[in-house]
Design a protein around this ligand. Structure first.
Ligand code: NOJ
Length: 751
């Protein structure tokens, strides 16, 4: 196995695309202001009307366009794990469009690789395919914190941990933007659930905001140099996030120095004056959202919607129905102090246009579509992102196995088009069943049983279970492929979806009677491996104790079935690690235990994050709640020994060195995780916080010394009284291990 694995890593086109992991450096926003003189010159030539035309959409995914000045339309497309199929100007789709492309693993799978270089490779695929499709901005990555396990959109997000988010997002953005396409990091900020997402008003402490919910966005801006950012639907401390002066003007554009453009989420602008003044540079989707709600022009104009700002005079043009269109123009004409605000918005849009070669005479890269290289990157991300949760010696399976029973509808079901705006029309999607067939050829007999029926509320189907049990009994090995799903019936996805935009999951249980199915299969054949698909944690406690092997495959993209087979049969040694804690039961999750989910009781549109900074393992570890599978957990087919830890203090910083040895017989990769604990602090601090990690590939017997630099931020907390990050002098424990619950070595440093 080892030789194959290392050949794959070294020679794959994906490896060739990988660039060194980006490190923290000076604010990368400077790249956006490289053409300031040209931007100003263009701005000077524009009439007020033309400027206003730039700051709102002109159709479903396009905006602006001033032919007189050679300014093209700005074309956007979702994101975040493939370029979305053509929606057309009216969002009704485009017949016969050549838009079937690469379907990459979802973001949670990418995060599970803990490999920032793969973030970069992933981004280059998106950027390249965006170019091929004529898109200037990819609406991704989504990086909201996985706070609530039921959030229907967790599959689009990266992690419960802000440090892991920050590290993965930088490569991702730089990969997209290396192709001359803008990334658009979303959804800023505090959009951590889909229930009531349009209007919910989120309250949280300043410390939680700074320590948990903002670091990913800050890294996207300052280290990733992201060109665009999307404001979220929800309110934050009483004001819609997209029009929120504190979030947009003070923090994003002020403190962090963001020079690019802020676009609204589709229909997240609600007020002309607020959007003009408070940071929205480009309004998207308002017309379409109004249309989808059945609100027509006259109803809007007469104020029936409670949105009197949306007055469009006598215009009946659908695309004039924006808060930042005629209404804004009239307001600016009456109040000259608004002109500099308008100019700033247009300037930001023009900057992004120069950076993406839309202006300035530089050539747009042609891009490529679903190439072998893109497929190889999809495969690599899936292989490194699949997490081996449990292995009582059953894995890897032997290729000499004669008969396999593959059970479960997820083994054959396509997931690429499910789930809302993150849909992708995949050129192909290798299912688990197909991947196993590809792996084993004709030497092994593979039988298939559906096992369960996908329909919300569906309980165990006795007939399907009986068929599955019979198949399992007759086989040497059974592989159940189950877990969650993307919405299965797109026309009524809100009724049936589990991992999907616009809805949260009903609960954290294995849906469709799968607990009963798996228990019956385990009883019929103890040589059973359970493979889970999904956007996040799921409850497995009903049978996890009995299963010899459990694998989390997330939504592994177009090469997912092949990647899964490579892992199950040991062509690839698993190296994925959980980016999110699996609780034993939903009630253990801090959003439920300490917080208010989905709303404040008695007030559906209010939500206070009483769980504060106690998100994910910060909660489980500090409050001694045993998880089912811990943050950072992920097994390998080999073993790793840790020794020779040293922690050397610097000026308000430290350097951690640790030797890691592959002490088993199989080549593989380990993610060395470095957590910091503040021994004594004036505020309650978590038991441990991830502050560094490195993925290291080792042949059997090979040792490497891993060096992790901890800068001053690794030791700081956000002091609400002082309104800033502080490092309180004293002793800090440095915990080094294979997961948050598998700490192998402890050191400390006094600063
Ligand atoms: C709404 C979603 O929240 C956002 O992520 C997406 O990019 C837009 N719709 C456009 O599809």
């Amino acid at each position: 196995m080892s030789a194959f694995y290392f050949t794959l890593v070294a020679n794959s086109p994906a490896a060739a695309q990988q660039k060194p992991a980006p490190t923290a450096m000076a604010n990368k926003q400077a790249a956006l202001t490289a053409n300031e003189a040209k931007v100003d010159a263009l701005l000077k030539q524009m009439t007020l009307e033309e400027k206003v035309k730039m700051i709102h959409a002109n159709s479903a995914f396009a905006a602006g366009g001033i032919p007189r000045l050679g300014i093209p339309e700005l074309m956007t497309s979702d994101g975040p794990h493939g370029v979305r199929p053509e929606q057309g100007r009216d969002w009704k789709g485009v017949k016969d469009a050549n838009d079937a492309g690469s379907y990459m693993p979802t973001n949670n799978a990418l995060a599970s690789t803990w490999n920032p270089e793969l973030g970069y490779a992933f981004g280059t695929v998106l950027g390249s395919e965006a170019n091929a499709r004529g898109k200037d901005i990819i609406l991704g990555p989504g990086i909201n914190i996985m706070r609530a396990p039921l959030n229907g959109r967790n599959f689009e997000y990266l992690s419960e941990d802000p440090f892991l988010v920050s590290k993965m997002v930088v490569g991702y953005i730089q990969g997209i933007q290396s192709q001359g396409v803008s990334a658009c990091v979303k959804h800023y900020a505090a959009n951590n659930q889909e229930v009531h997402r349009d209007d919910i008003d989120v309250e949280m402490s300043e410390r939680a905001l700074r320590e948990i919910y903002l670091p990913g966005f800050k890294a996207a801006v300052q280290q990733g140099g992201v060109y665009s950012l999307m404001g979220s639907y929800n309110k934050f401390r009483g004001t819609y996030a997209t029009e929120n002066a504190y979030l947009m003007n003070d923090i994003l554009k002020g403190e962090w120095g963001f020079k690019g453009l802020v676009m609204s989420d589709w229909g997240s602008v609600h007020n002309t004056q607020n959007a003009l003044r408070n940071g929205t540079d480009l309004e998207m989707g308002t017309d379409l959202v109004l249309m989808s709600k059945g609100i027509d022009q006259s109803a809007t104009a007469s104020g029936e919607t409670g949105q009197p700002d949306l007055v469009n005079g006598s215009s009946k043009d659908l695309y004039e129905r924006f808060f930042l269109a005629n209404t804004a123009l009239e307001a600016i004409k009456k109040d000259a102090t608004l002109v500099p605000l308008l100019d700033d918005k247009v300037r930001r849009i023009l900057r992004v246009m120069f950076a993406t070669h839309m202006l300035g005479g530089t050539k747009r890269q042609p891009g490529a579509y679903n190439t072998k290289e893109h497929q190889a990157t999809a495969l690599k991300v899936a292989e490194e992102g699949i997490v081996l949760l449990k292995n009582d010696g059953i894995l890897p399976l032997k290729k000499s196995v004669k008969t396999i029973a593959v059970i479960g509808e997820n083994a054959t079901r396509a997931n690429s088009m499910g789930g809302g705006s993150g849909q992708v029309k995949a050129k192909y999607e290798i299912s688990a069943l197909q991947g196993l067939k590809n792996e084993l050829g004709s030497n092994t007999a593979i039988t298939y049983a559906q096992g369960y029926k996908i329909a919300r509320g569906q309980q165990a189907d006795a007939q399907l279970i009986a068929e599955a049990v019979a198949a399992a009994k007759a086989a040497d090995v059974a592989i159940v492929v189950g877990g969650s799903i993307h919405g299965y019936d797109y026309s009524k996805w809100s009724d049936n979806a589990y991992d999907a935009e616009g809805v949260d999951k009903p609960d954290l249980k294995m849906p469709f009677g799968q607990d009963e199915l798996i228990k019956a299969v385990l009883a019929a054949n103890p040589n059973t491996v359970v493979v889970l698909l999904g956007g996040g944690p799921i409850e497995v406690s009903a049978w996890a104790g009995q299963a010899k092997g459990i694998v989390e495959a997330w939504y592994p993209g177009m090469e997912g079935g092949n990647a899964l087979a490579h892992i199950l049969f040991g062509d690839v040694n698993p190296s994925g690690k959980l980016p999110v804690t699996f609780p034993v039961k939903l009630e253990d999750a801090p959003a439920h235990k300490l917080g208010e989910y989905p709303s404040t009781p008695g007030n559906p549109l209010k939500q206070t994050y009483k769980d504060d900074i106690w998100v994910g393992y910060r909660y489980y570890d500090t409050y001694n709640v045993a998880p089912q599978f811990a943050f950072g957990h992920g097994l390998s087919y080999t073993t790793f020994k840790y020794d020779n830890l040293s922690v050397t203090p610097g000026t308000k910083s430290a350097t951690v060195k640790v030797r890691v040895t592959n002490s088993g017989k199989t080549a593989g990769a380990e993610v060395v995780q470095v957590y910091v604990h503040d021994d004594q602090a004036s505020v309650k601090r978590p038991e441990k916080e991830l502050k560094g990690f490195q993925k290291v590939f080792l042949k059997p017997g090979e040792s490497k010394t891993v060096t992790v630099a901890l800068d001053s931020e690794a030791f700081q907390f956000y002091n609400e009284a002082q309104k800033k990050w502080v490092l309180e002098p004293g002793k800090f424990d440095v915990l080094v291990g294979s997961s948050s619950r598998d700490i192998r070595l402890k050191g400390n440093v006094t600063l």
